[in-house]
Design a binder for this molecule. Structure first.
Ligand code: FAD
Ligand code: GLY
Length: 375
């Protein structure tokens, strides 16, 4: 194997793979290094929602970043299919953000008014109207925000498509290879130390999700990226129970996939790297999901799983260059929205490494927005 590259990307999740694709397309010699196999962590655990309007309730740089990324999916889906033959299963049938009680209905109604500023097709619907759209919803729900243009993808397929497209443009992908440190000269990174030896490069991107703090500590920077475990289960029916994504605040969501599976997520357990699924976690989800869609309790069981969301101290991802180590970049901390944000992450990071930073979009996500140094 050739051991000298323009860029080494650490982490073969959805964000590492998207960055690898965009950089390779620019003609960079890229190596992506994954300690296990591609998309083996959060990126295959995700439900694949592109839920900018349901998950983000205020305007600001994060919401604008999410909207930009969401708008990229339609053409990205075609582009990746043309290059790789992989169908990322981009489905755009809409979402209903449920208000379970009259009290919550007031908030969701306000959110609908706010979201209409960006998409006039979004509307508040009362209980009867949302049940006309989705007859399996419980008559107890108070109403909901209907987001007709909302969509979702199959995250593992999107991740594979990015990685395969990167390879088509010449990227090297190393699996079962862990990066444990950096090589540098003066204040510039010039390689990584891995379990198969040193790899030389001019630039390094850390895209290691919930593990981002570990390697960053090597550089004296405490980024406080931490894991938030999410457990999920799914059912699979021959006749669809729901056609649209049903999302209830951050308590529970149901995402109907093209193959008849309904993904139901997800718990939120902070600061654990233990990915084992618990009966109590799944029982809570079964209860919440059945309150929304009673038929879920009797639907044929399919599987359970869990993943680790990479959360940060202020809830915003890190997208930028290390404040002291030249040539070292980070793209991590996408928390609940890493699938949604993967297209824009790939594009912004590739442009940044290529010397064309989009300061407008990137400035809120700088690494030094709140410096904490390891002593
Ligand atoms: P990861 O997917 O965690 O990838 C990081 C990779 O780095 C891993 O493969 C890891 O093995 C590797 N790695 C770590 N350290 C090293 C090292 N030293 N050397 C080499 N490799 C290393 N987002 C959405 O947008 N929509 C959703 O519907 C959604 N649903 C979710 C549901 C659940 C249950 C969970 C857990 C998350 C969900 N998310 C969702 C969030 C999304 O999954 C994450 O934000 C996203 O996958 C993060 O991707 P990543 O590439 O940054 O990190
Ligand atoms: N965005 C859904 C989740 O993180 O569970």
């Amino acid at each position: 194997m050739k051991k000298s590259f323009d860029v080494a990307i650490i982490g073969g999740g959805i964000n590492g793979s998207s960055i690898a694709y965009q950089l390779s397309k620019l003609g960079k010699k890229v190596v992506m290094i994954e300690k296990n196999h591609l998309a083996c962590e959060a990126s295959s655990a995700a439900a694949g929602m592109l839920a900018a309007q349901a998950e983000i309730e205020d305007d600001g740089p994060f919401f604008q970043l999410a909207l930009k990324s969401q708008a990229m999916f339609s053409s990205l889906s075609n582009e990746l299919f043309e290059i790789t033959g992989i169908d990322i299963e981009f489905v755009r049938k809409g979402m209903i953000k449920i208000a379970e009680t009259e009290e919550i209905a007031k908030e969701v109604r306000q959110q609908a008014a706010f979201q209409r500023l960006w998409d006039p097709e979004i509307e508040w619907l009362d209980s009867q109207s949302i049940r006309e759209l989705e007859p399996s919803l419980s008559p107890d729900v108070a109403g909901g925000m209907f987001i007709p243009n909302d969509g979702h993808v199959q995250p593992a397929k999107l991740s594979s498509a990015y990685a395969k497209a990167a390879e088509q443009f010449g990227a090297t992908i190393l699996k079962n290879t862990e990066v444990f440190s950096f090589n540098y000269e003066n204040d510039r990174v010039n390689g990584v130390k891995t379990t198969i030896g040193n790899i030389d490069c001019n630039q390094v991107v850390l895209a290691t999700g919930a593990w981002a703090s570990k390697l960053m500590r090597e550089t004296g920077l405490d980024l406080s990226v931490y894991p938030v475990k999410g457990e999920c289960f799914s059912v699979k029916t021959d006749i669809p129970i729901i056609n649209r994504t049903i999302f209830s605040d951050k308590r529970c969501y149901l995402v109907p996939k093209r193959n008849g599976e309904i993904l139901i997520g997800a718990t939120q357990i902070d600061h654990t790297f233990d990915k084992r699924v618990t009966p109590s976690g799944i029982a809570t989800l079964v209860e919440r999901a059945s309150q929304l869609v009673p038929q879920i309790k009797d639907a044929p069981w399919e599987r359970v799983w869990a993943g680790l969301r990479p959360q940060t101290g202020d809830g915003l991802p890190y997208l930028g260059e290390h404040p002291l180590w030249k040539g070292l970049f980070i793209a991590a901390g996408h928390y609940r929205n890493g699938i949604l944000l993967s297209p824009v992450t790939g594009m912004l990071m590739a442009d940044l490494l290529d010397g064309r930073p989009d300061e407008n979009l990137l400035s809120a996500f700088r690494i030094d927005r709140h410096k904490t140094w390891v002593h």
